[in-house]
Design a protein around this ligand. Structure first.
Ligand SMILES: Cc1cc2nc3c(=O)[nH]c(=O)nc-3n(C[C@H](O)[C@H](O)[C@H](O)COP(=O)(O)OP(=O)(O)OC[C@H]3O[C@@H](n4cnc5c(N)ncnc54)[C@H](O)[C@@H]3O)c2cc1C
Length: 383
């Protein structure tokens, strides 16, 4: 049995730990945050492919106990006219249908599942550097502690310290949009599908989305094209009403519910830059491998980052389970994953930048095709 060190206890790291544990590996997670209560407030939508990966890890019930389902997407134009309505992913399947939940809820569900299975999660362990040698790999943490293993997974997100040790020249890249999120007390009518519906609005100044939870709280986001990214100072220290005051007049240009949703926002409006890791960034060196956003963060436009991280977890664990040795397992993993995740990065980046040249293959499918479904199926060996 190999000993695996997972750096980062977010979605990718915790899911990878669940999958590796299921495959019979000894695994421990090292998370920089001192406690597990962090919730930066944003919400996300898990697509059917992500839920299928969770189901293969026997972790779907823990996650579907949080948040609420989404079965339909409707599209409005800038006049507020409904121009399309379609089922989302595997809408008929209560386990695999899309789910909207707060990031903190998803993290807590995954971590509690991991702890319940006896997986160690060390909080307050911030990786400083990685030392790779012929006999093993050692993680050095900022508090001076160390941990050693046979393989180290960098699941430490967009600004990965592990990636800096593998590919020091690789840099996250701005993808052309500022992304705003919030929760509103006003719930616009969404048609006959009520709370199971997410509404997307093709506005003249922003791509906007909203859905209302069963408790009557409207979750919304807006993606606004902007030449330059916001600075760290702007995102961290803006006056509490700054983003709401910026968005409402922009959204008022259209006759859609978007401006009223934002105007009725109860808490702070969150903002971030759409950011991606350039395709071709190395994922592996020696006994170290990147997964999740550390390897392939995409702009949020396709809403697939978390689901891709969950797919990573299952397929990596199956590669390590089925390949004759670690080297061939990691090669197989990269060969299986790179085309799919880089396609997502390209499509999502094109949407964020307003590039109207669709990548070959179109939008990444949230309903897995046969090949992906088989890769995710735990009982099916990886050929
Ligand atoms: C605005 C926005 C909206 C999004 N919406 C969606 C959506 O609707 N659907 C979807 O599927 N995806 C969405 N995504 C993408 C999704 O959030 C990411 O793909 C996902 O969180 C990646 O998970 P991860 O575990 O790789 O990284 P993260 O969630 O960033 O987790 C990384 C973890 O590593 C820890 N860490 C960092 N540095 C260190 C260190 N040095 N040592 C130890 N630990 C460390 C961090 O504390 C964190 O816990 C969105 C992203 C953004 C920015």
């Amino acid at each position: 049995m190999a000993r695996l060190l997972v750096i980062g206890g977010g979605i990718a790291g915790t899911a990878a730990a669940l999958a590796l544990h299921k495959a019979g590996q000894e695994v421990a997670v090292y998370e920089a945050h001192p406690d597990s209560a962090e919730d930066i407030g944003a919400f996300l939508t898990l697509a059917s492919n992500g839920l299928r990966a969770l189901a293969e890890l026997d972790a779907a019930p823990a996650v579907t106990a949080a948040g609420f389902p989404l079965t339909t997407m409707r599209l409005l134009d800038a006049e507020g006219t409904e121009v399309a309505r379609a089922p989302l992913g595997e809408a008929d399947d209560p386990v695999l249908r899309y789910r909207c939940l707060r990031r903190g809820e998803l993290g807590a569900a995954l971590r509690s599942e991991a702890v319940g299975r006896g997986i160690g999660i060390v909080h307050g362990a911030r990786l400083a550097s990685v030392e790779d040698g012929p006999g093993g790999v050692t993680a050095h943490f900022t508090d001076g502690s160390t941990a050693s293993g046979d393989l180290l997974l960098g699941a430490d997100g967009l600004n990965s310290a592990v990636r800096r040790s593998i590919a020091p020249a690789a840099r996250p890249r701005y993808a052309g949009q500022h992304v705003f999120y919030g929760y509103s007390s006003w719930a616009p009518a969404a048609g006959e599908d009520g709370t199971a519906c997410i509404t997307m609005i093709r506005g003249s100044a922003a791509a906007f989305g909203h859905t209302t939870s069963p408790r009557g709280e409207t979750y919304w986001f807006a993606r606004v094209t902007a030449e330059a990214p916001l600075t760290a100072d702007e995102t961290a220290h803006a006056a509490p009403t700054r983003w709401r005051d910026l968005l409402v007049p922009l959204l008022r240009r259209d006759t859609t519910p978007a401006a009223d949703v934002v105007a009725a926002t109860t808490g702070p409006v969150l903002v971030t830059n759409a950011t991606e890791i350039p395709n071709g960034t190395p994922w592996r060196r020696g006994r170290t491998l990147l997964v999740g956003d550390a390897a392939h963060a995409a702009s949020p436009a396709t809403g697939q980052g978390a689901s891709m991280a969950l797919e990573d977890a299952v397929i990596l664990a199956k590669c390590l389970r089925d390949a004759p040795d670690t080297e061939s397992a990691l090669s197989r993993y990269e060969a299986l994953r790179r085309p799919r995740v880089e396609h997502n990065t390209t499509v999502s980046g094109n949407i964020s930048r307003g590039v109207h040249a669709p990548a070959p293959g179109g939008r990444p499918a949230a309903r897995p095709g046969d090949a992906l479904a088989r890769q995710l199926e735990w009982a099916a060996p990886l050929s």
